[in-house]
Design a protein around this ligand. Structure first.
Ligand SMILES: Cc1cc2nc3c(=O)[nH]c(=O)nc-3n(C[C@H](O)[C@H](O)[C@H](O)COP(=O)(O)O)c2cc1C
Length: 216
């Protein structure tokens, strides 16, 4: 059994001294993502999406899961999923979300806060069309987040849709598509020795960004 309390990694990264008010946080994100690929991080686009739902008692209940980033530019961060899934229902009711990436090979993390908006239908359809056929069929077969009696039930649904779409293109389900999260805040975290990490947070002020340095 690992002694998890004693498990410690000492981080040594480039500091964020070069980051200043003229830095575009989206450009910086892209360069960190590229560096994460180069450093050999598996699936560097994998990110956590946190949502929050109000329970019947009015108490907020956050939840988090992993998805893949599929596009990023100055308009925001895009991911795709099932609009009827738990996250889908939660985002539609309460679109304030938080995102997070952690790239261990570089001791780097990025956090984003923003309000999710559905991407255009055409954008969802174009991305869906680029997916492997198996994943397209999976999107039809899986009522994501619904309870299943057995795995066999899912495999039977997959076989059924495979038959249904045999010999033709698989269209994008109405209930499947993307959200874009324009960042209201983006934080870059670089691990440093002695837990004296570097943290820089950009907050959106109108059309420009404000830069804040945060204690680790
Ligand atoms: C590495 C990784 C990537 C994933 N990518 C996606 C994705 O892009 N879209 C998606 O809907 N689910 C993705 N999932 C599955 C989700 O984490 C989650 O199980 C699913 O979306 C249901 O979440 P929900 O019940 O909160 O809606 C991924 C899981 C992992 C571990």
């Amino acid at each position: 059994m690992h002694d998890i309390a004693a498990d410690r990694v000492e981080y040594h990264g480039q500091t964020l001294d070069g980051v200043n008010a003229a830095t575009s946080p989206y450009a910086l994100f892209r360069s960190w993502l590229e560096a994460a690929y180069e450093a050999g991080n598996p699936e560097p686009t994998a990110m956590q999406v946190a949502t929050v739902a109000l329970g019947g008692d009015g108490v907020p209940r956050p939840s988090v899961r992993t998805v893949l980033l599929k596009e990023v530019d100055e308009r925001g961060f895009v991911f795709f999923s099932n609009y009827r899934s738990r996250k889908g229902r939660e985002i539609e009711a309460q679109p304030q979300v938080a995102l997070q990436w952690y790239w261990p090979a570089l001791a780097r993390a990025v956090r984003v806060e923003g309000t999710a908006v559905r991407v255009d239908r055409q954008e969802s359809e174009a991305y869906f069309a680029s997916r492997p056929r198996g994943s397209q069929l999976g999107a039809w077969a899986s009522q994501q987040s619904a309870e299943l009696d057995s795995r066999a039930e899912l495999l039977a649904a997959y076989a059924r849709v495979g038959e249904e779409f045999r010999g033709r293109e698989v269209p994008c389900p109405e209930h499947w598509g993307g959200w874009r999260v324009p960042a209201g805040a983006i934080e870059f975290w670089q691990g440093e020795p002695s837990r004296l990490h570097d943290r820089v947070r950009f907050t959106r002020e109108g059309t420009s960004w404000q830069l804040h340095r945060l204690a680790p």
